[in-house]
Structure formats: structure tokens, C-alpha cells
Design a protein around this ligand. Structure first.
Ligand code: FES
Length: 152
């Protein structure tokens, strides 16, 4: 991994990419989505503050566990003056995201358990196929016309 001397306070996009492990295109994407920011030099080149490294590490860690970028952006925006997340921030946010992850794991387990029924089937029925209707909470309790009768 590339070491950056302490006296360097700003990074080029290439340095940020090399140090963080994120592709340059990913960094541009994060910036276009407002997750990181840079200043422009007179030659119109991007310069990132050194603490952007930690911000990128935070974004990538959250993405690795499946947190959508929109939620990551919301979390970063809630930090005072949009500062770089600290260890405590990460601990707090990862705890907040736990229930979101638990729900996702529950849904994935459900999909995995029912996938064998779908292999070779192809019906994609809204009534009975867990792949075409994975969030069907009614389907687990009520079936067919009883749902329509209950809604009237
Ligand atoms: S494709 Fe038929 S049950 Fe899923």
C-alpha cells in the first residue's frame, strides 16, 4: 500500500485511489453523488483533503455490508459540518444499520430456501413465487381471494 508523507495535506485522485483501494472511477462516482468533495486547482485538477481517505474507507466498509449509497450519504450528511466519520460515528451507525442488515439477511435466507422451487419453473407467479414477490408478507399469512375480501 502506498504511504503518503505526513506533510502532504492534499491528495490527487490517483493518490487517493492508490491509498484507498477505490478505483478512480469509483471516486468520481462518489463525488458526483456528494459523498466526497474536492477543490479544483488552477489547472482544474481535483485535490482531496487527507481526511477524505477515512471518508472513502467508511463508504467502502458500508458498501461491503450492503448499505445503499443513499443511506450512506444520509449518514454522512448528518455528521456535524459533514466532518469525516470517527471511530465512534462508525460504531453508532453500524449499530443503527444492524436492523436493516438483519432484515436483508432474513429476506436472502427466504429467497435461498425457496430457490429450489423456482429452478426450472419459470412461472414468476405473484401469488406463489418468492423470486417475483420477495416482500409478500400477506402471502405468508393469507392466500388467494381472502386478501381481496379482507380489503373490502
Ligand atoms: S419461478 Fe415458479 S415458483 Fe418461482
Amino acid at each position: 500500500m502506498h504511504r503518503i508523507p505526513e506533510k502532504i495535506h492534499e491528495l490527487t485522485v490517483g493518490q487517493l485511489s492508490a491509498r484507498s483501494g477505490a478505483a478512480v472511477s469509483a471516486l468520481h462516482f462518489y463525488e458526483s453523488k456528494g459523498l466526497i468533495s474536492s477543490r479544483r486547482t488552477p489547472g482544474n485538477q481535483r485535490r482531496y483533503s487527507r481526511d477524505t481517505l477515512r471518508r472513502v474507507a467508511f463508504i467502502r466498509a458500508a458498501q461491503r455490508v450492503g448499505i445503499p449509497l443513499a443511506m450512506i450519504r444520509e449518514a454522512l450528511a448528518e455528521l456535524p459540518e459533514e466532518r469525516t466519520p470517527t471511530r465512534d460515528d462508525w460504531a453508532h451507525l453500524s449499530e443503527v444499520w444492524r436492523s436493516e442488515l438483519d432484515e436483508r439477511i432474513r429476506q436472502l435466507n427466504r429467497l435461498r430456501d425457496h430457490l429450489t422451487d423456482c429452478i426450472g419453473c419459470g412461472c414468476l407467479s405473484l401469488d406463489s413465487c418468492v423470486l417475483s414477490n420477495p416482500d409478500d408478507v400477506f402471502g405468508e399469512r393469507i392466500t388467494g381471494s381472502s386478501l381481496l375480501q379482507g380489503g373490502r
